[in-house]
Design a protein. Sequence first.
Length: 341
Amino acid sequence: MAKPVVLVTGASGEIGRLLLKSLAEEGVHDLVALDLTPLPDVQRAYAAWSYAGNITDRYLLDQLAAHHEVDAIFHLAALLSTRGERDPELSHQVNVEGTLNVLRVAQNQSSRLGEPVKVVFPSSIAVYGLPTLEDKRAAGRVREEQWNVPITMYGCNKLYCENLGRYFTFHARQLGALSGATRLDFRSLRLPGLISAHTAPTGGTSDFGPEMVHFAAAGKPYSSFVEPEARIPFMAMPDAVRALLELSRAPRVRLSTCVYNVGGFSPTAAQLAERVKTAFPTASIDFVPEPARARIVASWPEDVDDSRARFDWGWRPAFDLERAFDSYLVPNMQGGREVRR
């Protein structure tokens, strides 16, 4: 009997590499990998089929759908926040029009197969926008429906795509002749800043966290672009991938929403720097805030309320700050460097 087919877009990105590996190790699915450029050999080995192309290319996605009966899509391909601010139109094209292409393919596949195709979508804390530091501190742990007024193009893109996914799940084509067709099943996580031991950060505004770690592990000095007191939530990469997989497997009847917060740990930049120095005693970290990027970070919540994810599908992070360093980051990054536990 043929295995169900899962499509992973952005398969060579920070999340995609570990997700593809995790899905392949489960052995439950045949994997179709899509990225803008050909996958490295290591990632390509995990997928039954691998394609290079742009998610804004409707013809490419139609061809993928014609050749593979996809049961689920992990749509990871995106233009990240720093690049998005420098080129807002390109950000819209990739993050919104590309996502709309994926949703259109999933909707058509759902209608044809008579079964909802799952679309699992990593959103971001960038969808939040708190106007002042006083508001941010007063807000504390922010719920999904609060402060949805982003100040970045990336945040606007992600928030709009969440609403597109909700529309395609519950209301698509509600007035047309196809109103009774099977709709897709959209599920989204608002991920905090992610710290990976294996991949260097690639253009997110939360990258002051992982950059501290990677620079220290490489023996390079680092200047943080945010103030020492800056605080946002972070998560170890294995927790992020596990959260995506757990949400994808949750029975639809258990889900009270399409969009969930998930959290891990929430240190200040100074606290994170001190923890990095404990792990890598020769680390050199100072603070040279860049006003524009620091202001964006200041608009994101200090922490998120993930109680809905905990109640609906049993979410629990495996890594707090200490365990992230002791059990994940340090063992995978020390590379012979003296490490103090």
